[in-house]
Design a protein around this ligand. Structure first.
Ligand SMILES: Cc1cc2nc3c(=O)[nH]c(=O)nc-3n(C[C@H](O)[C@H](O)[C@H](O)COP(=O)(O)OP(=O)(O)OC[C@H]3O[C@@H](n4cnc5c(N)ncnc54)[C@H](O)[C@@H]3O)c2cc1C
Length: 508
């Protein structure tokens, strides 16, 4: 009887192709395994799991973003965390890339995910079958052998950062110095004693220029517009996101903006004085860096802020305000990445005006059957990537398993348009923690303050005033995790506990 039941279950299983075994791919495998009737098959073109968190000295073919030697997370560990597999308490509040990779490997081992991954396998094309319900994947193995496989569902986990962007400048092609994108930068020692311009107002622009300055380069940072600097730790000794990612603050955009600016000003009261704001003060939503070092490097003249570049000459660089820097050795473009999914047809994602039409940043509504293909973590949140990728993976697998139905197309399109309007009016980035909450609500895992108040008042207070850690979405409903309550109530303490002499990793 049991064998018959197992055979029926196996026959009824739906195959899910997961492309990419970075964090998004791993969370997708796990989410599929948590649903009855889904069989995940993950394709990874590299020979390792963990995606971008594998530090390598050179870029691999087709790779977008990459790590440099000194990378430490921009988000604190309690905010970035997997929702049911927290970073160890003994990890520091902001985690080095080596420890991040170790944690991802532990996650894969703990949930036994690796056996679902086919390494050295590149998905080169995803096509619909005639009725639009099934998918044909064209796959290339490590010996360049091509094959085709059919799947019921597809999860695209190939990373949002797939194409490095270098803006065009007059004369750039004639510049004789080193020209690289930030994804090729690895260590400061390469640039010791050199005159280097870092272009960009992003996180990596800030981190790379500070590191180059410490490493003995003469550094200039060229920015088109003003930028706010958020320090990793606030004045009260808490990670900035533990202090700021609170439900009460997210209720009002203006209050949240005010509080973030307050945090920025604790280290640098007047950003204009440091040359980091143009005449008009730039909105925090448009440009911020997370950096602990920028203020000191600027104050010590080791980084000089410059306006946008006007043109390149053979050895020199001319800026929009007429300043010329002579004999420049290198330019590093920390100018971001292009959004795109090279293995699927662009018309599935973009409307005629080139805007992506993707419901909850997951389901491409332009498809005949949007409920059969999901983008996971293919968005650029203003908060941490992992929680949004994870909740998207949970939503997609529940939809695939038939446990949640998507709204009709008209309703999905209406929501996409409303969000666009909101984005335009508020001039703020989406998605972010509120998007995670919306999806949590669809999944039935978003706690209710009033229900908590009756059943567990301590948690209710934490819900309203405490940090928005991912464990909140494991308290109840499908995928509930018994450890969630404790991690929520201790999130603030755990975020910095190792600073008080918690046993170090080596001592364990
Ligand atoms: C320097 C740096 C610092 C960062 N710091 C933070 C931080 O503090 N907080 C944060 O939230 N995020 C941070 N990020 C963003 C980071 O990208 C995400 O945290 C995240 O881990 C992305 O995971 P992913 O799985 O979406 O993409 P990736 O990690 O890039 O994984 C994608 C995987 O897909 C594989 N793949 C791609 N195409 C194919 C194909 N066609 N066939 C088969 N396999 C394919 C790739 O080989 C790769 O393994 C940082 C990124 C960088 C570069």
């Amino acid at each position: 009887m049991q064998i018959r039941h197992t055979l029926i279950m196996m026959a009824a299983r739906k195959r899910v192709a997961i492309v990419g075994a970075g964090v998004a791919g791993l969370m997708s495998i796990k989410s599929c395994l948590e649903e009855d009737g889904l069989e995940p098959v993950c394709f990874e073109r590299h020979d390792k799991l963990g995606g971008v968190w594998n530090y390598e000295p050179t870029l691999r073919p087709g790779q977008g973003s990459a790590l440099y030697e000194s990378v430490v997370t921009n988000n604190s560990k309690e905010i970035l965390s997997f929702s049911d597999f927290p970073f160890p308490k003994e990890y520091p509040p902001f985690v080095s890339h080596r420890l991040v990779l170790r944690h991802i490997q532990n996650y894969a081992a703990h949930f036994n995910l690796e056996k679902h991954i086919r390494f050295n396998t590149n998905v080169i094309d995803v096509q619909r079958n005639n009725d639009g319900k099934y998918w044909k994947l064209q796959i290339k193995d490590k010996d360049d052998k091509l094959s085709t496989e059919e799947f019921d569902y597809v999860m695209i986990c190939t990373s949002v950062y797939n194409k490095a962007i270098i803006p065009s400048y007059p004369g750039l092609e004639n510049f004789s110095g080193t020209k690289i994108h930030a994804n090729e930068y690895r260590e400061a020692s390469t640039f010791k004693g050199k005159k280097v311009i870092v272009v960009g107002g992003s996180m990596s622009a800030g981190e790379i220029s500070s590191e180059l300055a410490r490493g003995g380069a003469e550094v200039y940072i060229s920015m088109r517009h003003g930028v706010w600097i958020i320090p990793r730790m606030c004045q009260d000794g808490l990670p900035f996101d533990i202090a700021l990612f609170r439900r009460t603050l997210f209720k009002s955009q203006s209050k949240l903006k005010e509080e973030i600016e307050k945090v920025c000003k604790t280290r640098m009261r007047d950003h204009q004085r440091f040359g980091l704001q143009s005449k008009e003060i730039y909105s925090i939503w448009k440009a911020f860096m997370i950096s602990d070092d920028m203020q000191d490097r600027l104050a010590q003249g080791q980084i000089k802020p410059m306006v946008d570049i006007k043109e390149f000459q053979k050895n020199d660089v001319i800026f929009q305000d007429g300043t010329t820097l002579e004999s420049v050795d290198a330019v590093i473009f920390a100018t971001g990445y292009g959004f795109g999914v090279p293995i699927i047809n662009d018309s599935w994602l973009y409307d005629e005006s080139g805007k992506a039409e993707v419901y909850k940043y997951v389901f491409p509504v332009r498809l005949e059957h949007p409920e059969r293909l999901a983008l996971i973590s293919i968005c650029s949140p203003y908060g941490p990537h992992w929680p949004i990728g994870e909740i998207q993976a949970r939503l997609a697998s529940r939809v695939f398993a038939g446990n949640i139905a998507l709204p009709d197309k008209a309703a999905m399109k209406r929501e996409i348009n409303q969000k666009r309007q909101y984005e335009k009016n508020k001039s703020c980035y989406v998605p972010g923690p509120p998007t995670v909450e919306e999806i949590a609500e669809m999944l039935g895992v978003k706690p209710s303050f009033w229900r908590l108040l009756l059943s567990d008042p301590k948690l209710a207070v934490a819900y309203e005033y405490g940090p928005m850690v991912p464990y909140w979405y494991r308290l109840q409903g499908p995928g509930a995790w018994p450890g969630a309550r404790d991690r929520i109530l201790n999130a603030v303490e755990n975020s910095t506990i190792c600073l008080k002499g918690y046993p170090s990793l080596e001592e364990k």
